[in-house]
Design a protein around this ligand. Structure first.
Ligand SMILES: Nc1nc2c(ncn2[C@@H]2O[C@H](COP(=O)(O)OP(=O)(O)OP(=O)(O)O)[C@@H](O)[C@H]2O)c(=O)[nH]1
Length: 425
């Protein structure tokens, strides 16, 4: 299945929640099944309410210490050889850029995730398929129930978006934009989905940036995040994708306090065919990071991925641990780390927002990876994150397998989240 198909399939929990909510909203106020024939009235001059501040998010909860071992995948038959560039094989990275330069923008060519879309269904006969304008303004001739967009409906939409973890401010902004110029118009569920997806895609567009790859090597990528957010899994997936893209990679198992975390990383390293530097339990993570940096330089590695502990229970200790790692690797390369990736677990919903606040204070976060978007109804939190922080979103995880990590594509995400199928407004 193409990644887009997979994403759509796996974000079903989020989109079906929105779907049900939208059906309810439209049905409760639907006046008739007939399409709107008359021209829409002028938009009301009512001011759009100022967004209220978002409620403060609860403290992040540490994940349980135990974690199930990810399913083993068969080893690829020719791990070192070049393999055709399938969408799943393309790492969420951008081409080399000079250190210190801003991250390269998303490549202008359509990302491969789009190229492998499931075949489009045969086009409907013209008479049944209204144009975009027709669908948006209710003159399409279809018989879907419609509801006139008024303040009550907007309020219901806001509630629905807030329930989808989009956050209060973002939900208000999205609905205000949808309302602009459309008050009094009769909208059907598919039309609202297209409008929502358009707004979400617009919010996400500026943050959809692959992780930049620098010409100078080894490029040091520090991976931070609370325990259980998916750091180990993400490092394994990234290592595998970088390797398949022809890069040599070294992993440092920097959470030296938990033997299980080191073991897990070794399993992922084996799977990806990448060496994992470990140290006896209780070793200073900074010392391991230094040794790993030495090895990466000696081996001429392209990338060094450093796992870190995620114990937020003692924030001060964690902050000191992370800054010591940074201090030590800077003795080897003053520009390191070149990227600090914060891994966030989508199932924590609004909690992800407070994790960004915390980690931005204790580490110089340069980009985000959102994991576990599969099977959660809380995918909307990614929209809130983009809207609030504007940090680049490099990749998303939608499963536990090695290839379940993809570059972040705003339009595909918006469609998958809302279940929109038409053209985005
Ligand atoms: N469904 C799903 N599960 C994921 C995803 N990413 C990670 N996981 C699972 O989440 C659990 C925790 O992932 P880890 O990678 O071990 O998390 P961690 O942040 O390294 O955790 P610690 O080692 O405790 O610090 C594991 O069971 C993973 O298989 C994802 O995208 N989707």
């Amino acid at each position: 299945m193409s990644f887009f198909g997979k994403l759509k399939d796996r974000l079903f929990t989020s989109s079906s929640k929105l779907d049900r909510g939208l059906e309810e909203i439209v049905e409760e106020g639907a006046d008739s099944a007939a399409p709107q024939e008359t021209a829409a009235p002028e938009p009301t001059a009512e001011p759009i309410p100022e967004p209220n501040p978002a409620p403060s998010a609860p403290e992040p909860q540490p994940a349980p210490e135990s974690k199930p071992e990810p399913e083993r995948r068969p080893e690829p038959s020719a791990p070192a050889g070049p393999r055709p560039a399938t969408p799943d094989a393309v790492p969420p990275v951008s081409p080399p850029v000079t250190p210190g330069m801003p991250a390269a923008p998303v490549t202008p060519t359509a990302p491969p995730v789009r190229e492998e879309r499931d075949p489009e269904p045969a086009p409907e006969p013209a008479a049944q398929k209204p144009g975009l304008i027709g669908r948006l303004f209710g003159r399409g001739g279809d018989t879907a129930p419609r509801r006139e967009l008024d303040d009550a409906m907007l309020e219901r939409l806001e509630e629905l978006l807030i329930q989808s973890d989009m956050g209060v401010e973002t939900a208000l902004r999205v609905t205000a934009n949808i309302a602009e110029g459309r008050m009094g118009r009769k909208l059907s569920v598919p039309e609202i989905k297209d409008l929502l997806a358009g707004e979400i895609s617009r919010i996400m567009e500026p943050v959809a940036r692959p992780m930049p790859i620098y010409a100078k090597t080894p490029q040091v990528v520090l991976v931070v995040g609370v325990n259980g957010s998916g750091k180990t899994t993400t490092i394994g997936k990234l290592a595998s994708q970088f390797r398949e893209a022809g890069k040599s990679v070294v992993i440092a198992a920097g959470d030296t306090f938990r033997a299980a975390a080191v073991e897990q990383l070794q399993i992922w390293g084996d799977r990806a065919g990448v060496p994992v530097m470990t140290a006896p339990q209780g070793t200073d993570p900074a010392s391991l990071a230094y040794d790993a940096m030495t090895k990466a330089q000696a081996d001429g590695a392209d990338l060094l991925l450093i796992d870190t502990a995620g114990r937020l229970q003692n924030r001060q200790d964690l902050m000191e641990e992370l800054s010591k790692i940074v201090r030590v690797i800077r003795k080897k390369d003053p520009d390191a780390p070149h990227n600090t990736l914060l891994v966030l677990d989508a199932t924590t919903g609004q909690n992800a927002l407070s994790q960004v606040e915390i980690f931005r204070n204790i580490a110089d976060v340069s980009g985000l990876v959102m994991t576990k978007l599969d099977g959660t109804a809380r995918g909307g939190v990614l929209v809130a994150l983009a809207d609030r922080f504007g940090l680049p979103i490099h990749a998303i995880g939608v499963g536990e397998q090695i290839d379940d990590l993809a570059p972040f594509d705003p339009e595909e995400f918006a469609r998958a989240l809302t279940g929109a199928e038409g053209e985005l407004a």
